[in-house]
Design a binder for this molecule. Structure first.
Ligand SMILES: Cc1ncc(C[n+]2csc(CCOP(=O)(O)OP(=O)(O)O)c2C)c(N)n1
Ligand SMILES: [Mg+2]
Length: 590
């Protein structure tokens, strides 16, 4: 039997399970694992500047491509605790990442050894498995189980914590006969799908709410086919955005309190039947359940049995992987073709709402109004673009105004929304897919949270465009403080003694980005945005580093949001003529 260190066995299993890349940073307690990676030579490594950054890079890497599992590696103690936010964000959005940490030697775990923290206990609620491996011979099994769990059922992250002596201990292990464990994915039965289709056929105004589970299951093609076969309008959730292209005839818009379209909410409220697939009835999608549920029948399809009924009891629930369910939905709908109800009038009503209920984007104001930035982005970036964003007014407006045409082209930390996520996640996306243009979008605060990771993009030549909308405010929190009648601790503005020309906008992001080895441009007027985005494309191609385009915004702009789907406040004039929203996918009927 071949003998090797447990760390060598772990690396061999990573390779066999398809891992080719890791994000992280070494420390003394994880050096044996790094030594094993070096001996193996088959795993490329991106050196993060902050361990939290490595965890979000791993998330971006997973989210970019079906089948990917991002791996993040850190030492004992604070490296593990730094990655907790990545584990939370990954688990909240059903994203598998494998987090590997070093640990103090087994015999010293209980002696308050230097940087010995019980990371498995800390990570427990955020992972599908969090294990400090105490026996070297258990290491292969721990890794085998990790991949099985990450890929089975509702996907999610795993943490494996390896004490220093466990990594170094020699074990018998044969990688040649190693076999990944079978992956478990529940599948709907024909009877279940037939019943759901009966309910859909009995409805008059049905919609499909398409969740991120469809993207995780790589089933966007089947969603489109099923929607077309039954002529059912689709309302994607924020995590499902891109599952149906924005220019698809049946794309009805997103619904919700913030990241939503006026026509999406109106269509949801006009519907009498909702088929939710791979979604979780998130509270910022549903708003109050009284309004959301009133007068509607619900079918819920989800891979995780305990998700059915978690937020509210659907009229019918099906436990199934989204792909398995949609395969059967397509099959049974095909068999029923010719006998399915005619939906032409309902589809036309949804389309009419889309062509009439638009928000205005065309403002010429200086300082720039945020809406204009997205209009310019729609012009500059084509359907091949992958967008990455996290949270804030910047992200909410992006969801209201940008266009997404493909699955995995809207990459967002939907549930957790950790500030700082955008830069490292975008870098992980760039590693996963160097051939597709990546455009990240941050508010100034999100950008400042993990600004140091820009150096990683410069060092490893990970080119992408980072649109930075700077209002010198914690904008979303400023807006929510209106309810408290205050503007308290949310100002990011100050007079920068080194950059008086910024006129109180505080941090000189251009200088910082340049200092970290990136290119950066700043624009202050609406007419400059388009040319700056074109210039950024050239700089990305020429220098192969991140290129920041900072747009100095109006300090205070409130973005549409509300408390209920039927109570969303509009703060600006709505679009009345096509010129008010010139980049809308469906031209405004004026
Ligand atoms: C780690 C963390 N802390 C606090 C928050 C709460 N939060 C959400 S958005 C936001 C302000 C974001 O400001 P900025 O990135 O400038 O975006 P803007 O809303 O101004 O567009 C804050 C503090 C959060 N999401 N994550
Ligand atoms: Mg801001």
């Amino acid at each position: 039997m071949p003998r090797m260190t447990a760390a060598d066995a772990a690396v061999a299993i990573l390779r066999r399970e398809g891992v080719t890349h890791a994000f992280g940073l070494p420390g003394a307690a994880i050096n044996p694992f790094y030594a094993a990676m070096r001996r193996d030579g088959g795993i490329t490594h991106t050196l993060a500047r902050h361990v939290e950054g490595a965890s979000h890079m791993a998330e971006g890497y997973t989210r970019a491509r079906a089948g990917n599992i991002g791996v993040c590696v850190g030492t004992s103690g604070p490296a593990g605790t730094d990655m907790i936010t990545g584990l939370y964000s990954a688990s909240a959005d059903s994203i598998p990442i494998l987090c590997i940490t070093g640990q103090a030697p087994v015999a010293r775990l209980h002696k308050e050894d230097f940087q010995a923290v019980d990371i498995a206990a800390v990570a427990g609620p955020l992972t599908k498995m969090a294990m400090t491996v105490l026996e070297p011979a258990q290491v292969p099994g721990a890794f085998q189980q990790a991949f099985h769990l990450m890929r089975s059922g509702r996907p999610g992250p795993v943490l494996i914590d390896l004490p220093f002596d466990v990594q170094q201990a020699e074990i018998d292990f044969d990688i040649d006969t190693y076999e990944p464990l079978p992956v478990y994915k529940p599948a709907a039965t024909r009877a279940q799908i037939a019943k759901a289709l009966d309910m859909l056929a009995a409805a008059e105004r049905p919609i499909i709410v398409a969740g991120g589970g469809i993207i995780n299951a790589d089933a966007a093609d089947l969603l489109a086919e099923f929607a077309e076969l039954t002529d059912t309008p689709v309302v994607p959730t924020l995590m499902g955005w891109g599952a149906l292209p924005d220019d698809h005839r049946l794309m009805a818009g997103m619904a919700g309190l913030q990241t939503a379209h006026r026509y999406g909410n109106a269509t949801l409220l006009a519907s009498d039947f909702v088929l939710g697939i791979g979604n979780r009835w998130a509270n910022r999608h549903t708003g109050g359940l009284g309004v959301y549920r009133a007068g509607r029948t619900f079918v819920h399809v989800d891979i995780e049995p305990t998700q059915i009924g978690r937020v509210f009891a659907p009229d019918y629930g099906i436990v199934s992987d989204a792909r398995a369910a949609l395969e059967l939905f397509v099959e049974v709908a095909r068999e029923r073709q010719g006998r399915l109800p005619d939906r032409a009038a309902w589809v036309e009503q949804c389309r009419h709402r889309r062509a009439t209920m638009q928000r205005r984007t065309h403002f010429d104001d200086v300082p720039v109004k945020p809406q204009r930035v997205y209009e310019e982005m729609n012009r500059a970036f084509g359907p091949e673009t992958r967008y990455v964003s996290t949270i804030g007014l910047s992200q909410i407006a992006a969801a209201q105004f940008l266009h997404v045409y493909r699955p995995r082209h809207w990459i967002n930390a939907g549930q957790a929304g950790p500030l700082g996520w955008t830069t490292p996640a975008a870098l992980g996306v760039c590693v996963a897919d160097p051939d597709t243009p990546v455009v990240a979008l941050s508010g100034d605060y999100d950008f400042q949270f993990m600004i140091e990771e820009l150096a990683v993009g410069a060092q490893f030549n990970l080119p992408y465009i980072h649109v930075l909308v700077n209002n010198a405010y914690l904008g979303l929190i400023r807006q929510s403080q209106r309810g408290f009648d205050m503007d308290y601790c949310v100002q990011l503005s100050f007079d920068n003694v080194n950059a008086p020309e910024l006129g109180g906008y505080g941090v000189d992001h251009v200088k910082v980005a340049e200092g970290l080895g990136c290119k950066a441009l700043r624009v202050t007027g609406p007419a400059e945005i388009g040319p700056a985005l074109e210039e950024a494309k050239k700089l990305v191609a020429e220098y192969r580093v991140p290129v920041v385009v900072e747009v100095i915004l109006e300090r205070v702009t409130n973005i549409s949001m509300g408390t209920e789907l039927d109570n969303v406040t509009e703060f600006e004039d709505l679009a009345e003529r096509h010129e008010d929203a010139p980049t809308a996918v469906v031209a405004l009927l004026d």
